[in-house]
Write a protein that binds this ligand. Structure first.
Ligand SMILES: [Zn+2]
Length: 167
């Protein structure tokens, strides 16, 4: 049910584009098949030591937090959103928008190298998973029903992000 909310307009997306956005619209590259060559590599035990149980569930087990539960969903301060696992800067407050889904939403990443995307067919839906490019942590999914200029909606878990206020 939670995932359904995060996947709103998914039917429209699949009809319009067979599940794939035009590559030209993408800000990031796709994860190579089987790619595990991340800069930050830790064992599950090591991750458990530095992450809260909720962060571990989302980042390392690809979980989804409850909608409207995350502290950063409503955050409107200026700043940078980094990976809660490894500190990789990934999104700017300038591209954050109110999607109404209950999860922090952005229309593009900070730069092309910040995140990776991977097809995800879990839950019987074709979705595109968004991962941190440094540690491979699961952040959320990207959909094609976002606002201009990209038309993309990066629907992310609040607990997967660490916010640093602009000074
Ligand atoms: Zn990371």
């Amino acid at each position: 049910m939670l995932l359904f909310s995060c996947a709103k307009n998914e039917a429209a997306r699949n009809t319009a584009a067979s599940g794939d956005a035009p590559l030209s619209a993408r800000q990031t590259r796709a994860l190579d098949k089987g790619e595990t060559n991340f800069t930050v590599v830790k064992t599950d035990e090591e991750w458990k030591k530095i992450l809260t149980s909720e962060q571990y569930y989302v980042l390392r087990e690809k979980g989804t937090e409850r909608a409207f539960s995350g502290p950063l969903n409503k955050n409107k301060q200026k700043g940078i959103y980094s990976c809660a696992g490894c500190g990789n800067p990934m999104f700017s407050s300038e591209t954050k928008f109110e999607s109404g889904t209950g999860w922090p939403s952005f229309y593009k990443p900070l730069n092309a190298a910040a995140v990776l995307e991977e097809p995800d067919t879990d839950m019987g839906m074709l979705r595109t998973e968004v991962l941190c490019s440094r540690c491979g942590g699961h952040l959320g999914h990207v959909f094609d029903d976002g606002p201009k200029p990209t038309g993309l909606r990066y629907c992310l878990n609040s607990v997967a992000l660490k916010f640093t206020k602009e000074i």
